[in-house]
Design a protein around this ligand. Structure first.
Ligand code: ASP
Length: 329
């Protein structure tokens, strides 16, 4: 009986301490770490670093750092964030791979639906089909002919199974009926370096990574993956894949912010409030728009709607992944 009472007192003390720390969140001399499951210098990293800058102000000026835990198509970093202490000081920023991993990976060390708290969608980002600078094709029509002539010899980069570039590549191969050799990287920052160096032929990547390379003519660009042309100055002359003859082709990806499951509700509320302020920050919006991204303003910035959206995207992309038979262990 005595032992029971002692246990009850310990539990009550723990609740009181945790409750108090949730009220105080964030403590100024602590640091919030945003885990990015892809390489530094790439598009997910770009969004995270811009967001870190914008979200620290509404969180009282706390320091916010990015931890690139890259590899295995974002499963390494996502697992790390899922296992982190649920105290609000470790978050995950990931993109559409939250919706591809559940179908693609036969074994996953975490459950996307149950092991995270959803904090809100950050942006929507179009993708671009780009090639090494030495690619002989100068427009999509010429590229389509080159693909047919080079069947069996084409290397297509990606950021690992389930990444946005992998998903876009799968959909493109199935649309043009040409199989390509997938070359995986820890993110599309190293992939684009190899593309510029001519080690790989093609890449489908977010405009947040490709805009400056297209502008600087470091790569050849053929099309955007959206249904409408973009208005971003550096990208506005690129046709859509659909208007180039790749019927019904459309891929837009998104980024979201997550906390480990069990993070206290008052902490989640403060993080969501801060995210909403960051998404209205003119500097953040300007940086994102300059790279072709559209900062979220719709209901998906609410946690419940964010989760609903990810689950519906999981179903949508699950169909394409199953059709391609693209699974990983
Ligand atoms: N853009 C990458 C992808 O294809 C990820 C990254 O490096 O941010 O998913």
């Amino acid at each position: 009986m005595k032992k029971m009472l002692k246990l009850a007192l310990i539990a009550a003390a723990a609740v009181a301490t945790f409750g108090a720390s949730a009220q105080e969140f964030p403590v100024k001399d602590k640091t919030i770490t945003i885990v990015v499951p892809y390489a530094a210098g790439g598009p997910t990293d770009r969004v995270a670093r811009d967001l870190a800058e914008a979200i620290r102000k509404p969180l009282g000026g706390i320091s916010v750092v990015v931890d690139n835990s890259a590899g295995a198509g974002s499963t390494i970093g996502s697992a790390k964030a899922a296992r982190a202490a649920p105290d609000g000081y470790t978050l995950l920023l990931n993109h559409v791979s939250m919706a591809t991993m559940p179908t693609m990976y036969r074994k996953l060390a975490f459950n996307v639906a149950n092991d995270f708290e959803y904090l809100g969608i950050i942006n929507d980002v179009p993708m671009t089909l780009i090639a090494r600078p030495t690619m002989p094709a100068n427009n999509y029509k010429e590229l389509a002919a080159w693909l047919q002539q080079n069947k069996g010899k084409i290397n297509l980069g990606n950021a690992g199974q389930g990444s946005a570039s992998h998903l876009c590549g799968l959909m493109f191969q199935s649309a043009v009926q040409v199989d390509m050799t997938a070359v995986p990287y820890k993110g599309t920052a190293p992939a684009i370096t190899d593309l510029i160096g001519g080690q790989i032929d093609l890449l489908c990547d977010q405009t947040t990574n490709t805009t400056s390379q297209i502008e600087g003519k470091k790569v050849k660009a053929y099309a955007v993956t959206t249904t409408k042309r973009l208005t971003t100055p550096a990208l506005k002359d690129l046709p859509t894949l659909a208007e180039s003859g790749v019927k019904d082709f459309s891929v837009t990806i998104w980024h979201g912010l997550y906390a480990p499951k069990g993070t206290p509700a008052p902490v989640l509320a403060k993080l969501n409030d801060a995210l909403k302020v960051a998404l209205k920050d003119p500097e953040f919006i300007k940086k994102q728009e300059g790279l072709g991204a559209v900062v979220a303003t719709d209901k998906r910035i609410e946690p419940a709607e964010h989760k609903k959206f990810v689950l519906s995207e999981t179903e949508k992309f699950g169909v394409a992944i199953k059709a391609a038979g693209s699974y990983a262990d």
